[in-house]
Write a protein of this length. Structure first.
Length: 412
């Protein structure tokens, strides 16, 4: 009976949390001061980077905060993804400043650094003590974090809506996941993404797509996450090409901003786990090791992860193909599911993304070591046996990586 309950979807408890308040719309960033005041802020620790400042985006945020007579301290991080050194640096800085509100403005790196600041301001020790690992004790985030206002300037990570922050530790990525990390306010202003360069628009957009596609592939997926994820797929396939080729198209930017936030929201659901499927397991392994931008690594992994899991997801991927705008009329479920992979590859081509590991400089001779690492160690960090439809073996992971390296997908 216990095995039946474990495997029957309707017997599972569904429990999730989300940011306390989300504001979406052109000009929403001007509400930052109002929301800060509502949170009883007096001293603000603002986390951003040089590129955001040069783009003129911080001027709007500063004006909004200063109009409410708030004391603002700007902390600028590197444009690179957070590593353990930079994470502990922001932790030390926020402990010295002793603010009562954290505001993060920028891409995923800025928002994750803001989450680190909010978490470590009220919790003792080093950041590394709280990070996920395969072996060894992980310290719990026991204390409530400082309140956070998170304002994305890209449409990809969805960090403004997620309960996770990601950090590079040596060659690989780790993270802290806890509902205390969720934003008190997420402000999503599509106008802030208009100046995003085309290359970053593509990479962050494909990152958003990988979040919702992997959420759809999760063994634990249910109608709540499926509904949000399918809507995000529709928005991305409708608008990413426009946002990439015509960055000033505000409707396309609005759609992509919403899709990214939906993706960040969905991957925070415990039954999606981060997302804990083979796509992110591989992309976060190769991305930091070979200095591949996160969205690019996710994009390269995605169609191959779909193909890898296809035998167990034929009906789901057929439904996805329709959401992507494919005409599945008269097609078998299997043929329709294959259309979703083809449509993903075409989208990546249309926004000029790399299509295989070979294109981004991953040495072919490293594939065997990667396959062993993913099979013997990394899959347990992601708990893939719980979330990924197909069980991993050294042989099928080796085959998957070889296809990812060559750029070959096969019809099944």
């Amino acid at each position: 009976m216990s095995l039946l309950k474990e495997n029957l979807a309707i017997t599972r408890l569904i429990e999730f949390q989300n940011p306390q308040k989300m504001i979406l719309g052109v000009g929403a960033a001007e509400r930052t001061g109002v929301e800060a005041k509502r949170l009883d802020a007096r001293k603000v620790f603002l986390v951003s980077d040089e590129n955001i400042e040069k783009a003129g985006i911080l001027a709007t945020i500063f004006k909004s905060l200063e109009e409410k007579d708030l004391d603002v301290k700007l902390y600028k991080i590197s444009a690179a993804e957070p590593n353990m050194d930079s994470a502990n640096a922001v932790a030390n800085a926020v402990r010295q400043e002793k603010p009562d509100l954290i505001v993060g403005v920028g891409g995923g790196s800025c928002l994750d650094s803001a989450k680190i600041a909010a978490t470590m301001a009220t919790n003792p020790g080093g950041v590394e003590e709280y990070c996920a690992r395969v072996k060894g004790e992980v310290k719990e985030v026991k204390n409530k974090t400082l309140p956070k206002i998170l304002i994305p300037t890209t449409a990809g990570t969805g960090s403004e809506a997620s309960n996770t922050l990601v950090i590079i530790e040596q060659e690989y990525k780790t993270w802290i996941t806890d509902n205390k990390i969720l934003a008190e306010v997420a402000i999503i202003d599509p106008a802030l993404t208009v100046t995003l360069p085309a290359k970053m628009t593509a990479g962050t957009g494909i990152d958003a797509l990988s979040h919702v596609m992997e959420a759809l592939m999760s063994v634990q997926a249910n109608p709540i996450s499926d509904a949000l994820s399918l809507e995000a797929v529709k928005l991305i396939f409708k608008s990413l090409r426009k946002a990439y080729h015509h960055g000033e198209d505000i409707e396309a930017r609005w759609n992509m901003s919403l899709a990214a936030t939906l993706g960040g929201w969905v991957i925070g659901f415990p039954w999606i786990g981060g997302p804990a499927t083979i796509g992110h397991c591989i992309s976060e392994a190769v991305g930091s090791k070979y200095k591949i931008p996160h969205g690019v690594a996710c994009g390269i992994a995605l169609p191959y992860a779909m193909e890898y899991n296809l035998p167990l997801l034929i009906e789901k991927l057929a439904m996805v193909a329709a959401a992507m705008g494919e005409d599945t009329t008269g097609s078998t479920k299997r043929d329709a599911s294959l259309m979703s992979i083809d449509a993903t590859l075409r989208l990546m081509q249309d926004v000029e993304m790399p299509m295989c590991l070979r294109e981004v400089g991953v040495p072919k001779e490293d594939l065997e070591t990667l396959a062993e690492y993913i099979t013997n160690e990394r899959q347990y960090l992601y708990n893939l046996s719980t979330f990924n439809p197909r069980k991993l073996t050294l042989e099928n992971v080796r085959q998957l990586l070889e296809k990812m390296w060559s750029g070959i997908t096969e019809k099944k």
